[in-house]
Write a protein that binds this ligand. Structure first.
Ligand code: CMC
Length: 427
């Protein structure tokens, strides 16, 4: 077959062959190819979506070349410094920061929705004790759809907002219970006198028969982690949530699909993978061997916590996490040799031509595992904490999608299988 080509010309004057170019508020423009097939019988081929804007969104902006991340226009560094997770969740969902009155109402709603139906606790008991918390979360969050289905009308904006708040409110107890169940400890309930992150800590680590004094430095650092992970525009898990939601599916089921997508080591599972990698490297002397393996195309080993589909510069979240890691470790008096290995690894990789040429920088996950470990989180809970935080982004995208009217998402494909053929006659 002869290879054919399409010539694309960007011009100021439309002709009958022209496809419109859409301008965003920031970032690259997009060619509107919605009529491509109807007009020319052609499909766009973009596996991995490297050049595809799957939707219009007003929630989060990422400029990967310059290391910029904005939630509703506000830089992530400023939100991490001056805001808190609940305020950020409100901002992502509603588009503006809450007034003091709105914040009070939002806190009240979260306080009213943060318990789990007692029957839900039976779902935890159905898992093996050694089940990965992400497997438990996928199951339990999906199961919540059975509790909130017929009573909810997703065409009603009030019902939609309530579903979104319920998800944000219930996630701390779900995450905590997915861990305490594995330890055999009874689960503590949320305490409405505590802030969101302090509640995560007391439910994760406290015993029901004793007080659990929350360390404010640790609670603040956790809150910062939640802010940094709250949203990141159309990543794999958010796109999964949007795709599932486009069919009108139950929001709890959609978020469960997002959790499943986040679990993979190329996405949210990277923070766990980074720590395992640092442990495997074991000492600063072994770093050159690890770097050589990461560069070897015959070896599947990659430097976990390095590289990003969008950031071809420093991930702005990684700088905030790095600072927070130093603060918390010093506050807790912890000397973690893994931090030393991570810092040296970063230093060496950033000077290495392989990483420089490919613009591979540390991402948000490079230090977050060390920080979470210092706070007492077991390694298999790292991605669960990411899921808890990302729920704010997922529900915001779910809410945004409900206002769109393009119907169900249905990608096409370039079929490369057999042409039509006859079934062989059986002898
Ligand atoms: N170590 C070694 N080489 C790498 C790495 C790495 N971590 N990341 C990319 N490369 C190489 C890759 O082999 C390719 O080389 P070549 O051009 O010679 O074939 C080049 O860099 C471009 O890589 P790519 O696979 O096209 O990049 P991508 O945009 O598809 O992948 C990524 C992005 C994040 C999946 C990848 O960088 C990676 O696997 N990183 C490690 C896992 C990780 O830290 N993931 C967390 C991402 S941030 C959290 C989140 O958003 O969920």
């Amino acid at each position: 077959m002869t290879q054919k080509y399409v010539k694309a010309v960007i011009s100021d004057t439309p002709d009958e062959a022209a496809l419109p170019v859409l301008e965003g508020a920031l970032g690259p423009s997009a060619v509107d190819i919605q009529t491509l097939y109807a007009r020319y019988g052609l499909l766009a081929y973009d596996p991995g979506f490297r050049s595809t804007a799957s939707c219009k969104s007003a929630i989060t902006f990422v400029d990967g070349d310059n290391g910029v991340l904005l939630y509703r226009g506000y830089p992530i560094e400023e939100l991490a410094e001056h805001s808190d997770f609940v305020e950020v969740a409100y901002l992502l969902m509603n588009g503006e920061l809450p007034t003091p009155e709105q914040r009070k109402t939002f806190d009240l709603l979260i306080g009213q929705s943060n318990l789990l139906h007692e029957q839900i606790m039976n779902f935890f008991r159905g898992f093996r004790r050694d089940a990965h918390p992400m497997a438990v979360m996928v199951g339990v969050v999906g199961a919540l759809s059975a509790f909130y289905h017929d009573v909810m009308d997703i065409r009603n904006p009030e019902d939609r907002m309530l579903a979104a708040v319920r998800l944000i409110a219930k996630m701390p107890m779900i995450a905590a219970a997915s861990y305490t169940y594995s330890t055999g400890r009874p689960q503590r309930y949320p305490n409405n006198r505590l802030d969101y992150s302090s509640n995560v800590l007391q439910m994760m680590f406290g015993q029901p028969n004793d007080d659990y004094p929350v360390d404010p430095v640790v609670a603040r650092a956790l809150d910062r982690i939640l802010i940094l992970h709250a949203d990141h525009e159309q990543n794999a898990s958010t796109s999964t949530v949007r795709l599932a939601a486009s069919s009108g599916a139950n929001p709890f089921a959609c978020i469960s699909a997002g959790i499943a997508s986040l679990w993979g080591p190329a996405h949210g599972g990277a923070n766990e993978a980074v720590l395992k990698m640092l442990m495997e490297i074991g000492s600063v002397d072994n770093i050159p061997k690890a770097i050589a393996r990461a560069k070897d195309k015959n070896d599947s080993f990659r430097l976990m916590g390095f590289g990003h589909r969008i950031y071809k510069n420093f991930d702005p979240r990684s700088r905030v996490i790095q600072k927070s890691t130093h603060e918390v470790l010093s506050h807790l008096g912890i000397h973690d040799p893994l931090l030393e290995i991570a810092m040296r690894l970063e230093e060496i990789a950033l000077k290495d031509d392989y990483f420089v040429e490919r613009k591979l920088y540390p991402n948000v996950d490079f230090y977050s595992g060390i920080l979470l470990r210092a706070m007492g989180f077991p390694m298999n809970m790292f991605t669960a904490i990411f899921a808890l935080a990302r729920t704010a982004g997922w529900v915001s995208h779910w809410l945004e999608l409900q206002q769109e009217s393009h119907g169900i998402d249905r990608p096409r494909q370039l079929y490369v299988g057999k042409a039509k053929r006859k079934l062989p006659t059986k002898k």
